[in-house]
Design a protein around this ligand. Sequence first.
Ligand code: MUC
Ligand code: MG
Length: 366
Amino acid sequence: MKITHVEAIPFAIPYRKPLRFASGEVHVAEHVLVRVTTDDGVVGVAEAPPRPFTYGETQGGIISVIDGIFAPQLQGLDLMEREQIHGRLARTVGNPTAKSAIDMAIWDALGQSLGYSVTELLGGYTDRMRVTHMLGFDEPAVMVAEAERMRDQYGISTFKVKVGRHPFTLDTAGVRALREHFGSTIELYVDGNRGWSASESARAMREMSDLGLTLAEELCPADDVLGRRWLVQQLDVPFVADESVATPAEVTRELLGGSATAVSIKTARTGFTTSRRVHHLAEGLGIEVVMGNQIDGQLGSLCSVAFGAAFELTSRRPGELSNFLDMSDDLLAEPLEIHGGELVARSGPGLGAELDPDKLAHYRQN
Ligand code: MUC
Ligand code: MG
């Protein structure tokens, strides 16, 4: 089970419907497929979705750091030397999606080698998660129509609405339209991607106080240290830290500093190994967890559900697992399907992620 190759393959798949939010917009999934091969011929896979506007990683940068730094450091290590692998990746600060994709491809290869699914290896709590759909910036009527399609076609009844624009009424109008149309049949929460100041966030949340929101995510920057603490203290819903908690240390800082009361776990950002550490930290501190989505394709969504299904805490509430529905195509030989508002993790071995060679040949960029 020794690692012989770590490959980084760029690919690009257009979105049918771009996602727009306060810190950027995504029209094309310009991701990196990571393949880890062992001396037994086992191949583990995962995808890295660069988010330049959030973490500063680009597709080219991910390939370069994998080829130049990480691949040589991991060659020759056994898949079971997991703390060695983690330590070598963790030596480099930053590059979260590059490190995470390698980590998840290694777990996939380990599962295939041992004959267990990744969910079983991680915790084996259940085999599925309920799904939340993310609604990007749009006209209120368009958002309502999209939510209706998601509910009718896929059975989804939880929606995260992107907010953070100026004036905030641009966003609160969409949230209000959704609540008025669906009544109490849907769950709604909001994500500001740091678009508002602390005081704007407080005013916007007051304006939406009758809309039954269940969570508020990253409404203002974590660097507004006192402002964010002031905001979090006055909210009557958990405040979810997302891009401000890319490491377990950042989780500790935000929670103990009173700047957040819940965390988003994104396997695209913390892989399986570090996501497990974040999960244990959250469990020990007794806070809520959301399985988030870094605008992942099907392979990334499969990784999220594989992790989320492994633990009680991560599968307690619906996970953000449906962004792949907005892509024009994908790489999996057997596409992911959401039925009755649920996504099922594959029974393995590993991630159970067989790629379609023709699609990979079509979408790869080298
Ligand atoms: C989210 O929850 O913020 C938008 C930017 C990013 O990095 O992830 C998405 C979704
Ligand atoms: Mg977020």
